[in-house]
Design a protein. Structure first.
Length: 111
């Protein structure tokens, strides 16, 4: 059985205490591509072209006034954050991420 995918809220002190969500047990090739696809499908968002670097990749997904950054980093793994760091937007991202993580876990368990 595969490990359940979870996420953890993280405060990035090197980025002004930016609130990020670090996803655990999500070590999939092109995982951020899959997350971007789910955000676009479930929340009618648009994804920008993936930017690939040596140590990290990122994709921005957005709609109207919402813009998320999905990152894969070789040291951290998969994380995402809202570019507009206000309380309501962070809560919305967490609710949407929670629903997506549940959907992924459900599909992995065969339910």
């Amino acid at each position: 059985m595969l490990n359940e995918i979870t996420y953890e809220k993280h405060f990035n002190s090197s980025k002004g205490n930016r609130v990020e969500f670090w996803i655990t047990n999500f070590d999939y090739f092109d995982g951020i591509d899959y997350l971007a696809k789910l955000f676009c499908k479930k929340y009618q968002m648009q994804a920008d072209k993936k930017v690939e670097g040596i140590f990290f990749d990122f994709i921005k997904v957005h709609t109207n006034d919402i813009e998320y950054v999905l990152i894969w980093h070789e040291d951290i793994g998969t994380l995402l954050y809202n570019l507009n760091q206000n309380t309501d937007n962070i809560a919305q991202l967490e609710a949407q991420l929670s629903a997506i993580v549940q959907e992924i876990n459900s599909s992995l368990s065969g339910n």
